[in-house]
Design a protein around this ligand. Sequence first.
Ligand code: SAM
Length: 206
Amino acid sequence: MPSIGATVRRLFGPLEPTVSEFYRGLFVDLDEFARAIKSWVPDAHRILEVGCGEGAMTERLVLHYPEAEILGIDISPRLGRLYRGPRRLVKFQQRTVDDIVGEAPQHFDLVVLADVMHHVQPEIRPEFFQSVEAALLPGGHLVFKDWERSISPQHAICFFMERYITGDTVQYCDLSELKSFSHLALANDRRIGPWRNNLALHYRAP
Ligand SMILES: C[S@@+](CC[C@H](N)C(=O)[O-])C[C@H]1O[C@@H](n2cnc3c(N)ncnc32)[C@H](O)[C@@H]1O
């Protein structure tokens, strides 16, 4: 799922956050995704956002869960750079999910991933997802959204933008791959606008 490449974005100067939001909105309605999470998980106290990037989804999470402690992690050094929400209970750390789980396993009642899996190399996805699940408290919720590969004009545009504008190497998953990552019980699934390619899945830990 493309966000505009760093070099291109720098050209926009102070307008960068607005332009980034607009561009992302062409592919996914993050507000709708956040509302879906809230409807599935009305209450959460400790939230982990894995692959939080520059903070676009974190901003939505804090709106819906203003009293929750939110930790955003990413392997990129630019994490949280465009986040404009309150800072009181929100932290950004450049760490891996393995680090987090090694330090405090089963610590979070909600774990969220937005458009991360297609950035993770296919050969490490199962192991990566196991670590994500190990962060959940018993009874905790895991919600992830990704862009499903399809034969469609919007997928061709999305792939082109990611490859040539953002410059990221990505490998999108098909529906069966997206549904194969978690071994937890599926509680809900939903398509998120503006394209059917956006699939959100909600799992519940035992
Ligand atoms: C398309 S961005 C999405 C950012 C954010 N979730 C959002 O919706 O705005 C994908 C992010 O996944 C991160 N990522 C890729 N592999 C990762 C990994 N193994 N652990 C944590 N983050 C990762 C990338 O650095 C990037 O910031």
